[in-house]
Design a protein. Structure first.
Length: 201
């Protein structure tokens, strides 16, 4: 993969793979079925992808919904990214390597940012992931969400706090203090993914 994405390689086994992407369970999972889509070649964020990779990424997201939604008895999912534009940015949540979160949840993340974090970003509706770069004219850190209806949203800002959407999800779950993936590893949710896929060490 070109990087040691997580220190614990035992939770780094891909559950899905395409030509240019790997999918792994997310360390710090707050819910069952939380996955990360990671490019095999280094990118700091997903706005840096080339056009053919965006086409492939859309296929990967579609295939994940077909495979994992029935497995976890869900019918809807969200995709999001905390998009840093420089290394060591707070927005990057401590991981300077592009990763897209795929999660089977019903929560409204955009409303949650306002309600739980008391922050009102200037959200733009964009056509797809490939429009991230064109809509970030000032090259600021950004937040990206594909909601349960398949609508794409982004917001750019100079100061995006760490783990924004993780904080929102933790609030929805009624456990706002467990948002930090470095302190709450969510190992049971990772192991459940491997168990359902009958992975063997």
């Amino acid at each position: 993969m070109g990087c040691n994405f997580f220190e614990n390689k035992g939770y780094n086994k891909p559950v899905f793979e395409s030509e240019n992407f790997l999918v792994i369970p997310s360390l710090g999972s707050l819910v069952e079925g939380w996955l990360l889509i990671v490019p095999k070649k280094f990118h700091l964020n997903f706005s840096e992808l080339s056009e053919p990779h965006f086409n492939e990424l859309e296929v990967v997201i579609s295939q994940l919904s077909e495979l994992f939604l029935p497995m976890f008895k869900k019918d809807r999912f969200v995709v999001f990214e905390h998009g840093p534009t420089i290394e060591n940015s707070v927005a990057g949540c401590g991981v300077d390597y592009a990763h897209l979160h795929w999660i089977p949840i019903d929560f409204d993340l955009l409303s949650g940012v306002s309600v739980f974090l008391n922050v009102d970003y200037d959200w733009k509706t964009i056509f797809s992931l490939r429009d991230l770069s064109a809509n970030n004219l000032n090259n600021e850190d950004y937040l990206y969400v594909r909601d349960q209806k398949g609508v794409h949203h982004m917001a750019c800002h100079k100061r995006i706090p760490s783990q924004t959407f993780r904080k929102v999800i933790a609030h929805y779950l009624g456990t706002p203090d467990v948002f930090d993936w470095k302190l709450n590893l969510g190992v049971e949710h990772i192991e459940s993914v491997y168990a359902k896929l009958q992975f063997k060490d």
